[in-house]
Design a protein around this ligand. Structure first.
Ligand code: N01
Length: 496
């Protein structure tokens, strides 16, 4: 099979790209998804309490507004319903190829086509590829000694076992990041006991979640401009927060003051407060937006354990001071295996170059989207595209519009676009220079950084700047060569 466009990944980014391609009258594409349903991270993250900490009106596509969001911040089930509705409303089901697990993507210079191979399906060829597999697709179990010796039940936050009944169980939770602080308040409601194993306390800010009244939904539906205005208001509110969250600036102290006040108001016990006080600049790790985590920790059946974990034992978790904490189940809220230097799947570009090798000292791309030597390939959530203060979907929408423009140009003019190495280099030198002044590079460890401290994850600026740089494709930044075969199928036959 030869396609105009192969989209790899059927989550938010892949679906957004598919919608925009269809709207540009490009219909010869397919979405390759290893799962059996669309939804990506929101299909996978169904743990109790799973929700988005960005307001829904901003955490949605502007081209698919939803007047019916039930709350300011939506839960994962509602977000998944929104995604599924987009799939149906925009007629995307026929474009999905489920159960396709990509194991390689290789450029063929003779045919000017990408060959996509799967571990379980025949290969596919495509003129353009959209890598939309997402950075948080693979779960990470920590490298703790004795992991395999534990005889109780193990559950990862991103692969929740809904058949397991937590009622009256002794539960241990490892990890206190964005997932952990959402799970703990739910578990304390049902479990006999919950022990929360914290390695590093994070900065938490209050989050107030209001139900949206039916009248407001009706107004949004009847007057869509009001919804656009509400989105704009959230957008600019978040932009103003960037001054303290993205840059390590005097305003970062203001964010920290809000965090300390939140802690002081919710935690009266000075020792517990001390245990929960972060030792790094706010924003360096992802901010935790929660108003129910600290109260949950103080429930009678909950204990915070701050002694480092020494190892897992058959019946529980042993901490370094020698205590063994028995647990019927361990919840691993320990995050994801993020390919900070590698690529989501092996990718081979022009002249046999291997992207994983080129990225071994840190992933780099041009405007996070294109990589020199990998023509007609576009990344969503590529290197240095992460927002620290705003909605990932605002960034994603800008990426999608850019790559759809570039792809439709390449298809219409029968060309192959490859970003120029010098433009990519200059772009990255600038990004890395600007990152030095950000909170993420201010001296904590996080999934944003490689072990060497290289930041290939975050964009050092306002969302306005990120979106602005993707407003239009500057074709001077790309080399253009002819797409040789006029008949795609003939091209493939010629290489067989
Ligand atoms: O994972 P994390 P997450 N021993 O990597 C701890 C998105 N998200 O799933 O900080 C003990 O942030 C680790 O400790 P430390 C969002 O982008 C979004 O919570 O490394 N502890 C940390 O506490 C987020 O950034 C939403 O010292 C160990 C935790 O595990 C991303 O997902 C909601 C350990 C991992 O935290 C990941 O969040 C949820 C060990 N060996 C998630 N290894 C929204 O609302 C790790 N830890 C949009």
């Amino acid at each position: 099979m030869t396609l105009d466009v192969a989209i790899i990944g059927g989550g938010f980014a892949g679906i957004g790209a598919a919608i925009r391609l269809k709207q540009k009258q490009i219909h010869d594409f397919a979405l390759f998804e290893r799962g059996t349903e669309p939804g990506g991270t929101w299909r996978d993250n169904t743990y109790p309490g799973a929700a988005c900490d960005i307001p829904s009106r901003l955490y949605s596509y502007s081209f698919a507004p939803n007047p019916d969001w039930s709350h300011t911040y939506s839960g994962s089930a509602e977000i998944l319903r929104y995604i599924e509705r987009m799939v149906d409303d925009f007629g995307l089901r026929p474009f999905f190829r489920f159960g396709h697990n990509v194991d390689g993507v290789v450029w063929n210079e003779q045919t000017s086509l990408w060959e996509i191979t799967f571990d379980n399906q025949p290969p596919v060829h495509a003129r353009a590829v959209v890598m939309a597999s997402g950075p948080l697709a693979n779960v990470s179990f920590p490298a703790i000694r004795g992991l395999e010796t534990y005889e109780g039940h193990k559950i990862h936050s991103a692969r929740w076992d809904h058949d397991y009944d937590f009622t009256d169980k002794k539960v241990a939770v490892i990890g206190t990041g964005a997932s952990g602080v959402q799970i703990v308040p739910e578990l304390v409601k049902v479990a006999k006991s919950v022990k929360v194993f914290q390695r590093t306390p994070g900065w938490a800010l209050p989050r107030t979640n209001f139900a949206t009244r039916q009248r407001t939904k009706d107004i949004y539906r009847r007057f869509p401009q009001t919804q656009t205005l509400a989105r704009q208001a959230w957008f600019w509110g978040h932009e103003s927060v960037a001054l303290g969250v993205v840059w390590n600036s005097p305003l970062t102290r203001v964010v920290e003051a809000v965090g300390k006040l939140h802690l002081r108001r919710q935690v009266k016990d000075p020792w517990l407060r001390r245990q929960l006080t972060p030792g790094f600049r706010a924003g360096c790790k992802r901010l935790l937006m929660t108003s129910d985590y600290y109260p949950a920790l103080q429930k009678d059946n909950c204990t915070l354990v701050t002694w480092p974990i020494a190892r897992l034992a058959p019946r529980g978790i042993r901490t370094v001071e020698g205590i063994e904490h028995h647990a019927d189940v361990i919840v691993f809220a320990t995050g994801f295996d993020v390919s900070k230097t590698g690529t989501p799947v092996p990718i081979t570009g022009r002249g046999g170059r291997v992207l994983a090798d080129e990225w071994s000292t840190g992933a780099k791309a041009y405007k996070s989207i294109s990589v020199s030597g990998y023509p007609n390939m576009y990344f969503t959530f590529g290197p240095n595209s992460g927002p620290g203060h705003s909605s990932a979907l605002v960034y994603m929408e800008a990426q999608i519009d850019y790559l759809v423009d570039a792809i439709s140009h390449a298809l219409a003019h029968d060309v192959v676009l490859d970003v120029r190495a010098d433009r990519q280099r200059a772009y990255n030198e600038n990004i890395q220079r600007r990152l030095q002044k950000t909170t993420w590079n201010s001296g904590c460890s996080s999934w944003y950084l490689t072990e060497d401290g290289f930041n290939a994850t975050m964009f050092p600026g306002f969302a306005t700047q990120y979106v602005g740089q993707l407003k239009s494709v500057d074709y001077d930044d790309y080399t253009t060569s002819a797409y040789r075969p006029s008949d795609k199928d003939a091209a493939v036959t010629a290489t067989v």
